[in-house]
Design a protein around this ligand. Structure first.
Ligand code: ZN
Length: 268
């Protein structure tokens, strides 16, 4: 495609890679631990190495990770609204409400000039949906260009860009604390388990994101183009017992893990 316009955007000086926002989604947990280890080794070996962007590795919900649970008291990835972040701190608050304020102090404050430039929050899903970038914006050029770069670098991995359209409601997840941000959701992987292929895909995905940031910060011009963006059409609940509310059906075997038919049944 012909490039007819070049847009200059500010450099991305501070990038955060977060894992364990959901404590039982283990690819991100193990990857951030590995990157932290590698970073310490690098620090010792290459103290004066030039670092174009500072990369923060964050284990978001250590208590849930320890218990291998999605969360302890409440879903951390729903705690990043302005109202939740600006409320008074009390020791009686749910653990994740306290933790979200700590993360907002570390990576934000959300919506402020001090916030990190980019948050990449790592998640797994049991759904067979390949690698998805999930973002609140369908026109964030940083996120869209990163996605295109990943598509080119990892042509064998099914990849989709999902616009999480909250319309008039406010963004609520950890990636919304950065100036730009997305969740990288990869599946299928059962919760509480690491599958080597899913882990490796995430590792390569994060490496390519950081490579892209380096190219971007060094002034590379990226050609324009098109990205297919998926969004929610409707939510479908399971059939339920009208009295108890209990789920009364399971996914049909011919539909289970059929990623080409559905981007189905994922909770990020
Ligand atoms: Zn998750």
């Amino acid at each position: 495609m012909e490039v007819d316009k070049v847009v200059h955007l500010p450099r991305l000086s501070r990038v955060a890679v977060c894992g364990g926002t959901h404590g039982n989604e283990l690819s991100g947990v193990y990857l951030v631990k590995e990157l932290l280890k590698a970073k310490n080794v690098m620090k010792e070996d290459n103290d004066d190495e030039e670092r174009p962007a500072s990369v923060l590795m964050v284990l978001s919900n250590p208590w849930a990770m320890q218990q291998c649970r999605r969360y302890v008291n409440t879903d951390l990835n729903r705690c990043f609204t302005h109202a939740a972040l600006s409320g008074p701190v009390s020791k009686k608050d749910p653990y994740e409400m306290i933790r979200s304020k700590e993360l907002n102090a570390l990576l934000g404050p959300k919506g402020s000039p001090e916030a990190v430039d980019l948050v990449c929050d790592l998640h797994n899903t049991t759904s067979n949906m390949g690698l998805c970038l999930i973002a609140y914006s369908d026109c964030d050029w940083i996120c869209l260009h990163i996605f295109r770069y990943l598509q080119r670098q990892m042509p064998d991995i099914p990849m989709r860009y999902i616009h999480l359209d909250v319309s008039s409601k406010e963004s609520y997840s950890l990636d919304s604390v950065g100036k730009h941000g997305f969740a990288m959701e990869i599946g299928p992987q059962p919760h509480g388990v690491v599958r080597s292929n899913i882990y490796t895909t995430m590792k390569h995905g994060v490496q390519h994101v950081l490579d892209w940031v380096r190219f971007y910060n060094s002034g590379t011009v990226f050609e324009g183009g098109f990205v297919d963006v998926y969004t929610t059409v409707k939510n479908m609940d399971y059939p339920r017992d009208s009295e108890t509310g209990n789920i009364t059906a399971a996914i049909h075997p011919q539909l289970q893990v059929q990623s080409e038919m559905y981007l189905h049944f994922f909770i990020y």
